[in-house]
Design a protein around this ligand. Structure first.
Ligand code: PEP
Ligand code: MG
Length: 579
């Protein structure tokens, strides 16, 4: 039977392949039947995994007692050890293995899902949140059972053919999605999610077609169903007939051809018709992304989202580990600017190893996120600042601070940077004493009261994803309000124009690094506002460059000035199309 589901198009392109269902937001395991005589061996396997995790937790416990270890570590280890020995986790899966003759991984996940459901019904919010600890303990046991740390199996590769895999999930966290960078995933769809959620952002950076907010894909699609993901129109076609399949195969080839034609622009100068140079930089999530940045001829890295280095691991990356990552990017870019953003965790970006980030705050996007988290966790922040400073000796590094809101936060941050510098001087480590420090403008309060930003910082970068979320009061991860996401709302346009014009007047460099910068339909509008620096996913660079080389900034400035006076949404979008 063929059917179609409609959702939000978040990452362009077409993927055709077989559905691979993900059973839980983060945990995907195989399900198979075990022969009667192999049941004792399966139970032994499970017990060996429990013993393994017990040993790991013992080692972590010793680490937690060392001077300087985060105080939360010991509490976390104790809670995990308690769950590990609880009969609900330690014994119930064994009963399931016996009763259902199933494999240990599957029995464990079934039991976990039941426990998580029970915890979700608890009124006390502290106890309710312990469900995350259960999931983490289960993840540890699974890792030991499967013998590798990855949550997504290399299913396609093990089949021995080149079947394209399409992940179908109820929801995917940014931490899940970043793992696709190492796996052969052709596309993905989810029931939940918004267009500028970090899950969608990672999909765009991977250049794999994706549709989110489909509501019912996970329950309706079956494992191995043939599916088409149309990431441009936001459609999932399940079980397409021969005619539809052929049409999509043709369209896919056409799109690939169009993309390869754009490659001609790689070496072209990003310069407008009236000879204004425009700087086109790239956003990256992991050091390995620099290969693509170089290949596409970007003018540098305008946003390195360092929080992805903290995800999918049980312990924090050390200062040295971070330093190696930042240095590798700085060196690879050989003198081109590398803008390293300090840790932006919280909201939809959680990292198990960071205490407090998996806590369900009442309003996570308005809570202890980004710089707020870093100022509350000075040891974690200082380690990152030192790592960035040390990397500045190996290239043209600048530091970007997310979610700054007022003068006090700027001052506190600068004090911390000075402290990190002093620590390095005492260690006789080399770094760039004059490293530029910039602030992200992503809270309306910051956009409207730019004074301290212009006075105390060396550059600005506008995070339109959050600026839009906070100005329009719509959660960027919630598909229920995604229809209200409107980058052309007059308030957004006026805020953007105000920040760009004010920074230009003060001769403080200003860039846009939110998703708007990589949308070629917005390039002319932003140029008309006076923007000369864009940072986007490398995959978008050439399409934006194509717009730049066809633009005349003087003409655009006049048209955009008129457009900014409009109030009606329809007229604004009509005018933007005509720019
Ligand atoms: C933004 O908010 O626009 C931005 C670039 O930061 P992030 O998407 O990582 O929140
Ligand atoms: Mg942001």
């Amino acid at each position: 039977m063929s059917f179609t589901l409609h959702g939000l198009a978040v990452s362009q392109g077409i993927a055709i392949g077989h559905a691979h269902l993900v059973s839980h937001a983060t945990l995907e395991v195989a399900h198979y039947t075990v022969r009667e005589r192999d049941i004792p061996r399966e139970i032994e396997r499970f017990e060996a995994a429990l013993a393994d995790v017990r040993t790991d937790l013992g080692a972590l416990h010793t680490e937690a007692l060392q001077p300087g270890a985060p105080s939360e570590l010991s509490a976390l280890v104790n809670v995990h050890a308690m769950f590990l020995d609880d009969p609900h986790l330690a014994n119930a899966p064994k009963d399931l293995i016996r009763e259902r003759r199933c494999n240990a991984e599957w029995a464990l996940v079934q039991q976990m899902e039941q426990l998580v459901d029970q915890f979700e019904e608890i009124d006390d919010s502290y106890l309710r949140e312990r469900k995350h600890d259960i999931v983490q303990v289960v993840e540890r046991i699974l890792r030991s059972l499967t013998g590798h740390p990855r949550r997504f199996g290399k299913k396609g590769a093990s089949k021995g053919d080149d079947t394209e895999l399409i992940v179908v999930a109820h929801d995917l966290s940014p931490a899940d999605t970043i793992q696709f960078k190492n796996l052969k995933i052709a596309g993905f769809v989810t029931d939940l999610g918004g267009a500028t959620s970090h899950t969608a952002i990672v999909a765009r950076s991977l250049a794999i077609p994706a549709v989110v907010g489909l509501h019912h894909a996970r329950p309706l699609v079956r494992e191995d169903d043939l599916v088409i993901v149309d990431g441009t129109r936001g459609v999932l076609i399940v079980g397409p007939d021969a005619r539809v399949l052929e049409e999509y195969q043709l369209r896919k080839r056409e799109l690939e051809l169009e993309r390869s034609k754009l490659n001609r622009l790689i070496t072209a100068r990003a310069c407008t018709l009236d000879d204004i140079d425009v700087r086109l930089q790239a956003n990256i999530e992991l050091p390995q992304d620099v290969e693509q940045v170089k290949k596409l001829g970007a003018d540098g890295v305008g946003l390195f989202r360092t929080e992805f280095l903290f995800m999918n691991r049980d312990t924090l990356p050390t200062e040295d580990e971070q330093f190696e990552s930042y240095r590798s990017v700085a060196k690879a870019l050989a003198g081109k600017p590398v803008t390293i953003r300090t840790l932006d965790v919280g909201a939809d970006k959680t990292a198990g190893a960071l205490a407090g980030t998996s806590r369900q705050a009442p309003n996570p996007a308005l809570g202890l996120r980004a710089i707020r988290y870093c100022l509350a966790e000075p040891q974690i922040f200082l380690a990152q600042l030192r790592a960035i400073l040390r990397a500045s000796h190996f290239g043209k590094v600048q530091m970007l601070i997310p979610m700054l809101m007022n003068a006090a936060e700027i001052e506190q941050t600068l004090v911390m940077i000075d402290q990190a510098k002093q620590q390095l001087r005492e260690r006789r480590c080399k770094f760039d004493e004059k490293i530029p420090v910039g602030g992200m403008i992503e809270i309306p309060a910051a956009a409207l009261a730019l004074g301290p930003f212009l006075k105390r910082l060396q550059f600005l970068s506008i995070g339109t994803n959050d600026l839009i979320q906070y100005t329009l009061a719509i959660d960027r991860t919630d598909e229920a309000v995604s229809h209200l996401y409107d980058p052309l709302h007059p308030a957004i346009l006026r805020l953007l124009s105000h920040v760009i014009q004010t920074a230009n007047k003060a001769e403080i460099p200003v860039a846009v690094c939110g998703e708007l910068a990589g949308d070629p339909k917005m390039t002319r509008l932003l140029l008309g506002m006076g923007l000369r620096e864009f940072s986007m996913h490398p995959t978008q660079l050439l399409e934006v460059k194509q717009q730049v080389v066809m633009s005349d900034t003087e003409q655009l400035a006049q048209k955009v000035a008129r457009l900014l006076r409009l109030d009606e949404a329809e007229r604004i979008s009509e005018q933007v199309e005509r720019l």
